[in-house]
Design a protein around this ligand. Sequence first.
Ligand code: KG4
Ligand code: ZN
Length: 334
Amino acid sequence: MRILGIESSCDETGIAIYDTEQGLIADQLYSQIELHAQYGGVVPELASRDHVRKIVPLIRQTCEEAGLSLSDLDGVAYTAGPGLVGALLVGSCVGKSLAWALDLPAVEVHHMEGHLMAPLLEADQPAFPFLCLLVSGGHTLLVDVQGLGDYTILGDTLDDAAGEAFDKTAKLLGLPYPGGRYIAELAEKGDATRFQFPRPMMNRPGLAFSFSGLKTHTRVTWEQHQDDPDRDQLKADIAACFQLAVIDTLSKKCLRGIKQTGHTSLVISGGVSANTSLRQQLNAMGRKHHFKTYFPSLKYCTDNGAMIAVAGAMRLQHKDPEQHTLIRAFPRWS
Ligand code: KG4
Ligand code: ZN
């Protein structure tokens, strides 16, 4: 079965074809980051218009890359939410219309289920059940995954998502948007022991997260040291301390989740899972506490069409998705 996957929930237009026997056979990604960088964040209306411009040419390119025509497809999967409503509608309109025109099943994919399934694009794949840490720009979730669609959320963030905290800290330090990878680069040159940053929610039981206090602490530290003559080093040290605080918090909650559920596999996915220090710390923790870690490869950590194609393929193979006649988008899909 060959499934076309379409991702357009935010600022990436991602198109891919996943074959249930051969795996991923084509994958195209267009990022709007340059378009939004000058505004310091995603401008929803510009995002929708750019998706409109790019989506059809990218579908053509993806088919060319696979050496297939649209008539070789067996289904169309697209992100139906959550995300920016205008951006989502572009993918939903195109995906649903293609499915109608080709008389194929249409699969509405939840963006976070796409992230959750991204490690299935790798050769070494996790088997159900597993614990999953989903860390993106919009979400920070610890999920008990028993099987496809069988998810229990064990921990959520009370305020900012981890990626959002990275982006806001980057903005504070004058780094480009989206700032996660710039904080990570800067942190390499910093001293993570110079300041003592809080580890939010660690001394409370449970698996909830909160990052807004850490963000405030970072701002206060930055403002208190404005007279520091070596501003570059100050920035790097703050980036390192902030990053370590986030990573420590995420890792320790993962360990709690592993102990609570008894799972022996931990999947880490979403944009922040591209963070090298987070990957290293969780791998080391896994070795010490006897659980195995699974990450998507770096290009599938952030938004892409491949994860939507594989999630759609799983849904079509195992779940018989509901077929209805509406083009739908769910900007807030729980
Ligand atoms: O999953 P994603 O592409 O979009 C959402 O669904 O939100 O995640 C984007 C987020 C941004 O906040 C970005 O700063 C963060 O992932 N990110 C990183 C790194 N690469 C991307 N955060 C920390 N370290 C990185 N290397
Ligand atoms: Zn995402």
